[in-house]
Design a protein. Structure first.
Lengths: 341, 341
DNA sequence: CTTTGTCCATAAATGCTTTCATGTTTCATG
DNA sequence: CATGAAACATGAAAGCATTTATGGACAAAG
């Protein structure tokens, strides 16, 4: 069933059918009716390839993501995908893993497939070495590239980020002000946002004259292996590092800290405070429930898609947008002590 | 840069370039070299639409999923996507939500886009009412349809499922044999696999002469709202339902049961046993760690993709494959008491 | 001198969009 | 009320970038 069949049955030319299909205004109501009837009757659907050939677009956006099973990334993908759909676009998803080479491969593949835009979900797409980010610049020469929680200043690439620096800075200040001085910063990623978070912690501790390199601890190992993280913390303690607070760059790490504190028989939050990041489902699963920073993922995604659709529409759009996060207080941090005068 | 440009620069016809591109045998080594050189030199990549028009395929599989942010579904998508990539296919992801209508819409959209096959991730795609599943049968008339953890007997649809019935049956028997009689079955989905699980529990309790309708409890509400589930369990208790064990159809529900038991000051597992399902990350996050049933998701996915690739290759493939799960014992269930004689 | 087989070019086919040209209305104007 | 200009409706045909069927040229083999 092609456009020819329809045109024949409707007694019009294929051009008219095409016009009806594409909602062109220049077609009389009568003809439109007739054509639509036939289309309905024969369940005709235009061939996407042919249409793509003609229009040179398929209304499809490529989504790249290192690991769609990561709690946070999965949520991001979900929001992005739904909002994209609402905007009339489809999405091709590529899970790339964390290695640069396979990111490049996937990206090229998507461009070859003629996606209209690219969304890179997660800050792990930006690398420390400037030259490693060339692949994004090159891609942006072909299609607009959107970065979620990452930042790169280049033509045709747009960034939507949450203000991780400030969130961490404020959360750290607050934890110190509840009376905790020996806070370990626990993280597992040197990504763009990872670095911003750490910087926030650093700035705050520095301001409070409490900064200590020893207390900045990196976890290498599986992102899901809570027991391994817990062990790691126990080892730090065994090695003589004293700490009564953990600020974690991710809720999983914070969860491990909770397990550690419980194993040590600390009372939470009286003896030991913990702050998580991302305000994921884990925060509520935790016992006691985790105070965590919410970076308003859905809002970020909404904005990202709005921007992308704007760009695709040929409009001028902001190159970088920053949203501030929010500390969601639950039961692993203390209230600020009222000042006794 | 089109195939014409390349053919001109290489001094051959476009047909020859096409043959080189598609690895046809009828082309001399010398010509192939020359063409490949030019292609390399000009960074030529064939136009996906034109190619699609000619071949009527784009090597793309459509993945449908109700909610990609669901812990379990996200993992499934991840595995499916990666294995598909390894097989040389891309994937278009559509998050459909749980309503039938939007599933149908998304499905048609994917078919219009000329995907080569469809993968429905999750048992929620199969409905109770036979007629509600017609949409799958219709889709299967166009392209092969793969079901993950769901089952439908129709031409061109293939199922890969885990043996939830047996897993639940055995787990229930075992819990009873550790001495617990008043076990609540806690579930939140009437999906295909949801029903199989429940049936397993039923069969076991029946066999042990312990079946009680009151103890089969459905949770309606957000799938992520642990506090709500916990409240629900407390309410059951308040209403006079006595129970010292929970078998949950999902780890989130089990997690809520853990929270409930702790709130009631039960010792786990001495006074109260809990069994989860899916062996997700939550099982290890939990305190104490959750005993949970692992249904070998990665193996299921691997098999599913193998089957799909086989079908696309024109080979005969098994219509339905069942894998058995495994109980991963952690700390929320008791060991079977040694028989004292 | 014919047959066979290899290698390659020509041309048709794929199904749509869109430009251009043409025919048809509408409507203000004199 | 007739006329011409502008707006509208439609069709023919030219792309779009490939794949593939057909057949021709040429070389080697019988």
């Amino acid at each position: 069933m092609t456009i020819y069949d329809i045109s024949e049955k409707a007694g019009v030319s294929i051009a008219t059918v095409s016009r009806v299909l594409n909602g062109s205004s220049n077609v009389s109501e009568k003809t439109r009716r007739k054509v639509l009837d036939i289309i309905e009757q024969y369940q005709y659907a235009p061939n996407a390839f042919a249409r793509g050939l003609g229009l040179n677009t398929m209304k499809t956006i490529g989504i790249l993501c290192a690991d769609s099973s990561d709690l946070y990334l999965a949520k991001a993908i979900y929001h992005v995908e739904r909002k994209l759909q609402a905007g009339g676009y489809d999405s091709i998803l590529c899970c790339t893993g964390y290695e640069l080479a396979s990111k490049i491969t996937s990206m090229n593949l998507l461009i070859t497939k003629k996606v209209d835009g690219l969304i890179l979900v997660g800050s792990n797409f930006i690398y420390e070495k400037e030259s490693d980010n060339k692949y994004i610049v090159e891609a942006a020469a072909q299609v607009p590239v959107m970065l979620l929680n990452a930042d790169l200043d280049a033509p045709n690439v747009y960034s939507v980020v949450s203000d991780d620096f400030t969130s961490m800075y404020e959360a750290t200040i607050q934890m110190v002000e509840t009376g905790i001085q020996d806070i370990v910063y626990y993280y597992n990623s040197d990504s763009y946002s990872g670095k911003r978070k750490l910087a926030g912690y650093r700035a705050a501790m520095n301001e409070k004259k409490l900064l200590s390199g020893q207390r900045i601890q990196f976890y290498r190992g599986s992102r899901e292996d809570i027991p391994a993280m817990t062990e790691h913390l126990k080892r730090l303690h065994a090695q003589g590092l004293a700490f009564h607070g953990v600020i974690a760059a991710d809720d999983t790490l914070a969860l491990a800290a909770v397990k550690y504190a419980r194993a040590m028989n600390y009372r939470i939050p009286d003896d030991f405070s913990i702050l998580g990041y991302n305000n994921s489902m884990l925060a509520e699963c935790c016992e006691p429930e985790l105070t965590s920073i919410d970076n308003k993922l859905e809002i970020l995604c909404q904005h990202l898609i709005t921007t992308l659709l704007g760009v695709l529409d040929g409009r001028e759009m902001p190159k970088k947008t920053i949203f501030s996060g929010e500390i969601v207080r639950r039961r692993t941090t203390r209230r600020i002590e009222p000042v006794v005068s």
